[in-house]
Design a binder for this molecule. Structure first.
Ligand code: EPZ
Length: 434
């Protein structure tokens, strides 16, 4: 099983270019099946989650072609609308974004059968708000005994939907299901993340009529038909934030290119507050840090608050800061699993309910670690890069789901990291780097 081996202690310096946003791409790739015409989608991150979703879209009959590693052509016209149309395989059950095909296929065919979504084990991750939205549009939704969500409707009619929880997935799914519905749909208490806006912009480029994305009230007027389009996905704010905290935690100096600084405001503000230095340019940010950082308090919130997907990476940075910091996780119930791993590196963190009390230490010591989920895995890489000595990190399959060429980008910044799949290769790496 592949793992990372890392020699810590290097100061990371240089430039890194950010890929397209995974969580925008997953909604957009699914939304492409809403038209029978060809959609060309650019700046698609070449990560496991997008590969698995594209394979599922091809499996249901769409024509899918990689024009290059980051540009995909999808033509949904060849999907057969019959009772066998079902999205279900061992791979799609592992990713969260499978549920976007529910909204897209229900919106297009008035019926959909999709396996219950998987995804990182960071909480219960229910889909009750997705179902509430589909039912408000006139669909009946059941979960069959095979673990599939089965949705069907005579026709979809616009409605007023108030989300009980600010949820990215349900907001995107309802937008897709309502795009071709009859009449007007209003989504209240909608999520405002940049990737919501990106999916809405993609749908509008296909001829949809969606207004208000990025605010908490989204208005959709159903249209008769959607057409093919060519669209480029926004940069990934979480990949950018991950490299920002990597610079801060290793006392480095990194220019992070191909970003939208506005999307990084909460991260930039916190890094400046703890003594790192973030300089913003038009489409890049430079992050520098030298000397010990300071402590702070953070509460994760829906956008534009501090993103939950940056919580582990920030915790790892604060665990090296002077004083006591507190991070409160308000979005997911179980997103501190990395704390036990960090304890093996000497971190002093105590989880109390939904908060982590972090007493900063001078240095981590390298250790053998296991990645519990995607962002925690990336955070453990940051800790290992900042540590004294060698670390190994197992279960890197989680990290590969959301980061493209993560180890290669880190090596280009001077980090000593290698993907290996045997202890022999670990020894070889240790001899090579000395
Ligand atoms: C998306 O997950 C992202 N995943 C997550 O990123 C991200 O952490 C999350 O949004 C929040 O920003 C993808 O886009 C594929 P939610 P999602 O629906 O859609 C509750 C990563 O690391 N909820 O916004 O599943 C839910 O339990 C991943 O890239 C309901 O109660 O998140 C949670 O507490 C991890 N009922 C809160 O809402 C519902 O029907 C936010 O969930 C749906 C959600």
């Amino acid at each position: 099983m592949e793992k990372y081996v890392i020699k810590g202690g290097q100061v990371l310096e240089g430039e890194v270019t950010i890929a397209g946003a995974k969580n925008a791409a997953l909604g957009i790739l699914a939304a492409a099946v809403l038209t029978d015409e060809e959609c060309i989608i650019e700046n698609v991150p070449y990560v496991e989650d997008t590969k698995v979703l594209l394979a599922a879209i091809e499996n249901i009959g769409a024509k899918v072609k990689y024009i290059d590693e980051h540009t995909v052509s999808i033509c949904g016209g060849s999907i057969q609308d019959d009772e066998y149309l079902c999205v279900d395989d061992e791979y799609i059950r592992k990713i969260r974004a499978s549920y976007y095909l529910l909204g897209a296929l229900l919106g297009k065919f008035n019926r959909a059968q999709v396996a219950l979504p998987g995804g990182c084990d960071i909480g219960l991750r229910p889909i009750d708000q997705h179902i509430k939205g589909f039912e408000a549009l006139g669909a009946t939704v059941d979960i069959d005994n095979g673990g599939k969500v089965v949705a069907k409707a005579e026709k979809l009619v616009g409605n007023h939907i108030y989300l009980d929880v600010v949820t990215v997935g349900a907001t995107i799914n309802i937008m897709m299901a309502a795009a071709l519905a009859e009449g007007k749909t209003t989504i209240e208490n909608a999520a405002k993340e940049p990737h919501i806006v990106d999916v809405a912009n993609f749908l509008n480029s296909m001829g949809a009529n969606i207004k208000g994305a990025g605010t908490d009230v989204i208005r959709i007027r159903g249209v008769q038909k959607l057409k093919g389009t060519c669209y480029s996905i926004i940069p990934d704010q979480i990949e950018a934030g991950t490299f920002m905290t990597m610079a801060a935690a290793t006392g480095g100096n990194i220019l992070i290119k191909n970003v939208i600084p506005k999307h990084l405001e909460a991260i930039t503000s916190k890094l400046n507050e703890i003594g790192a230095k973030v300089i913003e340019y038009d489409d890049s940010v430079r992050v520098m840090a030298d000397g010990r950082l300071k402590c702070t308090q953070i509460k994760t919130l829906p956008y534009p608050g501090f993103p939950t997907d940056m919580q582990p990476q920030m915790a790892v940075t604060l665990a090296l800061s002077q004083g006591t910091s507190v991070i409160t996780e308000s979005i997911f119930e179980n997103r501190f699993k990395y704390v036990n791993e960090l304890a093996r590196m000497g971190a002093r963190i105590k989880v109390e309910g939904q908060s982590a009390i972090i007493n900063g230490i001078e240095r981590y010591t390298g250790a053998s670690l296991v990645a519990p989920d995607l962002r925690a895995g990336a955070a453990l890489v940051i800790a290992a890069l900042a540590a004294d000595g060698f670390s190994t990190i197992e279960d890197i399959k989680y990290v590969l789901r959301g980061y493209e060429n993560f180890d290669g980008k880190i090596r280009d910044l001077g980090g000593m990291i290698q993907v290996v799949d045997s202890d022999k290769e670990v020894q070889k790496f240790k001899l090579m780097v000395g």
